[in-house]
Design a protein around this ligand. Structure first.
Ligand code: WTA
Length: 651
């Protein structure tokens, strides 16, 4: 386990404790550790009773017969029940005073504001759902979405959910190649995009990227294009359709389809430890209940709150905590299109002041960047509306935690450090802000209904004070159901490493108070600026270049991004190792995967360190990339001189 960003020494030194402010606890959904323990124990002793009770707070077209059917590792939740996410996020609020409440507040990067009440959002979702139906989209058909952060993205998602067409959103930072692979795996009929989106004052050419992908996606019948930027794009007659023309004649009423609780809601691709991204499949009833309750308790969500999650909806965080979980609670979700430093590094704080945001949910990478930009930016704005802060995506170092607490939260706001994954669907290990005393750098305790442990390879618990593998030992409602079209891979990737339990891929330690300290990935997945990338994925991209014979990619510690990508490349015989070629290879990776995968550094090497059986020893490369002396066992290394040469080059 060399991937630990915070070693055990650092963790042991961190003994500051921040109890929740009494005024916060007094009005919180969960008010004390005693209440937390009561929920936790109830959920542990009687999971079906616990989740059933929560499920009944939501709308069902038909009741379930059983809360859980568990044939390890395949789970069914709310078996036999029928419901609909779009109905629960919209219609359920229309007969209440929330009808004219803001569901979505949106700000574009150039500065425009658009606000949708629940009624208005419902109207737009219905019109778009009708348009999809008119194009022949049926319950069960997959719809690909490749959009900027504009309101039409949640509108498209909720329209798909309304008619039971599973969506598959691909982050706008992925390239045409990566988009085509994902579209082909889902065999989507329709792709939804926009002409462009704004990022740092520039237009990201989304439709152009889609055009590149559509050359190799035979299943796509239509491409729906929302006009966002007005940039010039090619529209192919018959295939490409303008959003505004399509919805013009549609009615604002579209009955929801009562869907089986296990009907697929979405597929979201994520990196794993092998080359091909995995299509994580989430379904209807359990995901609804899981995201609903975690939104409510973790963010202590109230009707008066304006909640801002800064993630992109292209990642799971945006799915669960900009759209589904937040709207299922009838809350107000704020959404921002662009970069945090456009037009200047005060943009986030200006947004908080302008809309009086109450809850801010962001990533440690962003926090470290704000620290670098300087306190003068947040200090220029009135942040007094904030009452709660959150982080997600990677371990937060205690220094960044303290800065967030002081400079943004003014020592008044609890911080919820939430650990979870694309696969888990909802937050799993987290403080409850009115109850849990906080320790900077720890995601604290499991959410009620989640049973977590830290174990050795053989599955035995390591107990306290020592590191091990983080596992979840019981099924939970929002868990992934399978990897799309590949149940075998689902079994082997998650449930076979340590038989019978869900292996997260993370290392962790659990202290004497039962607090979890996440130490980062132990597999070949790296976390760059909160984005997951498989090293194998980047390696395949490099090797697909004609001049590359072999490549190994590792993460190295980076002050801002958490980790940076370093690639060790062996060239084909006779190819000159030039600086220009390094740049060309970086561009090649961007073309194959997207800008998020651009290697920070490429190093040419005549050979890669390998075991006698020919396996690349990435662990050693990781040490070299980090500039640390190799402390690991090198007895299986085939050729020591490879390492020596790489090190010399470093000096
Ligand atoms: C990491 C993002 C430490 C972890 C929701 C996990 C974290 C991976 C935290 C999932 C946290 C997420 N503390 N590490 N609070 N939250 N991670 O699928 O390594 O993009 O396995 O889901 O991010 O990343 P994913």
């Amino acid at each position: 386990m060399t991937d630990q960003r915070m070693d055990i020494d650092t963790i042991l030194k961190e003994d500051r404790l921040f109890p929740p402010p009494a005024s916060f606890s007094a009005s919180a959904h969960v008010k004390s550790m005693a209440e937390y323990e009561a929920h936790y124990n109830k959920a542990k002793d009687d999971p079906e009773g616990f989740w059933g009770e929560i499920g009944r707070e939501l709308y069902w077209d038909a009741p379930w017969q059983r809360v859980l059917e568990w044939e390890s590792p395949f789970a069914k939740w709310f078996v036999g029940g029928k419901t609909n996410l779009s109905y629960n996020c919209l219609d359920r609020h229309l007969n209440t005073w929330r009808r004219n409440k803001a569901a979505l507040i949106w700000e574009g990067e150039p500065g425009e504001t658009r606000i949708f009440t629940y009624q208005q959002l419902h109207y737009e979702v219905c019109r778009f759902a009708n348009a999809l139906k008119r194009l022949g989209v049926k319950t069960g058909d997959r719809v690909a979405i490749y959009m900027p952060m504009i309101p039409e993205l949640p509108i498209a998602m909720l329209a798909c959910a309304r008619i039971g067409a599973p969506h598959s959103i691909v982050f706008g930072g992925f390239s045409s190649e990566a988009l085509a692979d994902r579209v082909n795996d889902t065999e989507a009929k329709i792709i939804i995009t926009s002409d462009g989106g704004y990022r740092r004052g520039h237009i990201v050419p989304l439709k152009e990227n889609v055009d590149g992908a559509l050359e190799k996606t035979p299943t796509i019948e239509h491409c729906i294009v929302y006009r966002r930027c007005g940039n010039h794009i090619a529209m192919r007659a018959g295939r490409d359709l303008w959003w505004h023309e399509l919805v013009e004649a549609e009615s604002g009423s579209c009955p929801h389809v009562p869907l089986d609780s296990e009907h697929p809601l979405y597929i979201l691709y994520t990196s794993g430890s092998t080359g091909r991204p995995k299509g994580v499949l989430h379904t209807t009833g359990g995901y609804l209940v899981g995201t609903y309750l975690t939104s409510k308790w973790v963010f202590d969500l109230k009707d008066e709150d304006t909640f801002w999650c800064t993630a992109d909806i292209g990642w799971v965080t945006g799915h669960s905590y900009i759209v589904y979980g937040i709207l299922a609670n009838g809350a107000t979700s704020l959404m921002y299109e662009g970069a945090p430093n456009t037009p200047d590094p005060g943009r986030f704080w200006k947004i908080i002041e302008k809309y009086r945001v109450n809850i801010l949910y962001t990533a440690p990478t962003a926090i470290r960047t704000f620290i670098k930009w300087g306190d003068e930016w947040p200090n220029k704005y009135d942040l007094s509306s904030l009452r709660l802060l959150g982080t997600v995506g990677e371990p937060i170092n205690p220094e960044a935690w303290i800065w967030y607490h002081k400079t943004i939260g003014k020592e008044r706001c609890p911080i919820v450090d939430t650990w979870w994954q694309t696969e888990t669907g909802c937050i799993m290990i987290t403080p409850l802000p009115g109850a849990t005393p906080l320790k900077p750098g720890s995601a604290t305790r499991p959410f009620p209904g989640v049973v977590a442990d830290v174990v050795r390879q053989d599955g035995t618990s390591v107990g306290h004070q020592s590191g091990g593998l983080l596992v979840i030992t019981r099924p939970w409602p929002a868990m992934l159901r399978t990897i799309y079209k590949d149940p075998e891979r689902y079994k082997t990737e998650y449930w076979m490493h340590i038989p019978g339990v869900y292996f997260t891929g993370d290392g962790a330690r659990c202290d004497k108070d039962g607090y979890f300290w996440i130490m980062g990935r132990v597999d070949d997945v790296i976390n760059i600026a909160g984005h997951r990338l498989g090293t194998m994925e980047v390696e395949s991209a490099l090797v697909s270049h004609e001049k590359v014979a072999e490549a190994a990619v590792v993460g190295k510690p980076d002050e801002i991004k958490g980790q940076a990508l370093e690639a060790f490349v062996t060239l084909e015989g006779g190819v000159a190792p030039t600086e220009a070629l390094k740049e060309a290879l970086k561009e090649h990776v961007v073309k194959e995967i997207g800008a998020i995968a651009r290697p920070d550094r490429i190093r040419f090497t005549e050979n890669l360190p390998k075991t006698r059986s020919g396996k690349i020893m990435r662990r050693l490369l990781k040490d070299i990339a980090a500039g640390s002396q190799t402390v690991q066992d090198t007895s299986t290394l085939e050729d020591f001189s490879v390492l020596a040469r790489l090190r010399e080059e470093e000096e």
